[in-house]
Design a protein around this ligand. Sequence first.
Ligand code: 0A1
Ligand code: ZN
Length: 891
Amino acid sequence: MLDTIYLKDYAPPAWLIDKLDLHVAIHEEYTEVRGMLACRRNPAGPGGELVLDGEELALQELSLGGTALVDSDYTLDDDTLCIRAVRGAALPDHFTLETRVRIDPDSNTQLSGLYRSRDGYFSQCEAQGFRRISFFPDRPDIMARFSCTIEAERQDFPQLLSNGNLVASGTLGNTRHWARWEDPYAKPCYLFALVAAKLDMLEDSFVTRSGRVVRLAVYVEPGKLDQCGHAMSALKKSMSWDEQRFGLEMDLDHYMIVAVGDFNMGAMENKGLNIFNTKYVLARPDTATDSDYQNIDRVIAHEYFHNWTGNRVTCRDWFQLSLKEGLTVFRDQEFSADTHSSAVTRIQSVRQLRIAQFPEDAGPMAHPIRPVSYAEINNFYTATVYEKGAEVVRMIHTLIGRDAFRHGMDLYFQRHDGQAVTCEDFVAAMQDASGLDLSQFRRWYSRAGTPHLKAEGCYDAAVQRYTLTLSQSLAPTAYEQRLQDAGLAIEEGPLHIPVALGLVLPDGSDALEREYPAGTCVLSLTESTQRFVFDHIPAEPVASVLRGFSAPVHLDFPQSDAELAHLMAYDSDACNRWEAGQRLASRVLLAGVAAGGQDTAWIPESFVAAVDRVLDDGMRHDAALAAEALILPAEQVLAEEMAGRGQIIDPEAIHRSRLTLRHHLAARLRDKFEAAWQALAPSSPYAPDGLQVGRRALRNLALGYLAESDEAYLKGHVMPRLMAQCNADNMTDVIAALGTLANLDVAERTTALADFYTRWQDEALVVDKWLQVQATSRLPGTAMRVRALMGHGAFDIKNPNKVYALVRAFCAANPRHFHGADGEGYRLAADVILQLQAMNPQVAARIARAFDRWRQFDSERQSHARTQLERIQGSTNLARDVAEVVGNALG
Ligand code: 0A1
Ligand code: ZN
């Protein structure tokens, strides 16, 4: 059985650590880490021994206040060191503990703790990596002042970096050197970082609004300086945005970003020394796509924003993870909305929520944004904690308004700067600043599952009155089952749901314009069922419910096709114009699924007309929005809709239906797509700016549809364009063409893929794209090709980016082949999980999440999935990370 950690068992620490002085000496054979911990009995603690965490540390020396401890003074096991006494005497209230350990970063394949990557040594301490570096109470409510001296060979590791300020450095003998860093701010150990490497650096500076000059540096693999300009400008943009929007300034004299090619996640907000996956730093027009550029902006901003939401105010325990993550994602979304298009940003967040979070909430790993138990915390860096967490913060913002929210943030920092706190503290600050009672709202923190919001509208022309009846329901999830099994209380009662509403009149105008400035009012749904009445509505309106996607719920609102078309055309809320299109498209596609996905009788003429209008509009007005509107609902989203209706997911029929609709639109609107492709041709040199990004998105979307044309047209008119575009000067256009070709069973496919690889084989991030387009191909035999690619020299199972590009892309973004009826997709995933779990359990567990929805498929698929899940579960020495995911899946 896996050990489970419970929120209810939280107790304050018995001992506090005020200071930690580290000395890290990196040698070829091993690394030696000395720690001096200034320990103090916690007056508010439960008393008892000093418990330090430590994993894979070879203890060399242990003394207390200069006295070497003897065996009877402490106990040491695989993961803890307990200090009980000093030479038999009771521990004093204050003392310094000295530890010396050896670690082996060169054989650390988990990429947690200190590890070797090509250009040097890098650390990753969140959530519990610090215990793999030095003995320490590895919990976020222990905040200490860190200093760190690093010593290494000068030639191989010219840069020695840690958090805070460089206070001294020097040489040691002929070949070694050292540097000492001091971080002026107390922090939990998960924010510690250390880099000893040979890297190139781009330097710049930023003057804060109070006049502090901050030296900025981006460190990258030698030779890649030409790929870090965008990251640097994103950093400066983030810094000024946080000053303007939230009054938050950088608090250090140095801010460094280090990019590393071996990294489990996106990036890490270590105080003053962020460590990034290269994917979110490196970009050049010919190597990175528009969405890469946008992701870099977002992730750089995210990590920078953590300096306040996460670092200055941190989490009391890991159950509170969403305190920093939900809030920081909300902040990075707001940053993207302010610096790019706010509508497109919102649409992309909503799409992502539906693809990744809704299925999670409906599956065996369902959990609230603040879970109450876990076996492995690394399994809870989830779409729920991050993305739904951000939705919960956004709902508070919607309910109390922008100004009160800003006051709430100010109050939160006034109260808690320098502390480790809980989600409750955040909500309390928002409540006190706004005066709005958020007691019912707090339920969002402890409930799993996606609520259903039912709406029913009724117009009484005689009295010009519109009545909207809203009801909410939330079915129990796998989480409630787990609570019950553990004998824990299950919360009940309705949620407080903000429902942003507009009433769109027949002429397209907003009926609520007079009372509400933007034509939108925010209803507070707090009961199971509530009626809202609107008078003086001159004509029957079409209700636009959940504008801006004001709550993370499933909306059940039986609006007619004509009503949806009206919203698509006139809704003043861009997000709901998009949403109306998605609802219409889902309806059509699911009718297609019911019809077996073939012929085309299920495709209404009105849908073709709607697409036609969107295209027209895109060419005249906002290309980016049109491109979003023309992306049909993802196969995963359609699958969830089927599951939500209690149907068995049929991945083949879903794929066929979507493909048939694409072919039909391509045939019916060919001239339109051609016109769009012509009209949107580039007229200026590449720049990842909003206007160009939108034009490229719509143009490539048109090209994608043209590639669905009949064979003659494809060969004669489209293929030459696709092949030419494979040599475009920017990666956005290149990958659009290559991705399209990867789906086509033509000889050119092979040529294009081979040429691409030859050209880019030395550029790791571009090779990832090459793997990804093949992994997500719709062609038959894709599972087999993915397996073959695992044997290709370009693939390396030890590198998370390669595993994500090939294996996770296949499992998560190619549902039709991953869920192939022959079970090959499942077998492939299981093979990888089994091979990887001993090496890198975190990444293995992420792949294992692909099995989450296995029970929603037919019995044959279920039996294939079960076979593989049981095979994984039955393997010896299964990592806790994988065991938790697979255990829940088999439930
Ligand atoms: N806190 C980081 C994400 C992160 C989490 C865990 C990691 O290693 C296990 C690494 C990064 C963020 O939110 O950006
Ligand atoms: Zn984060």
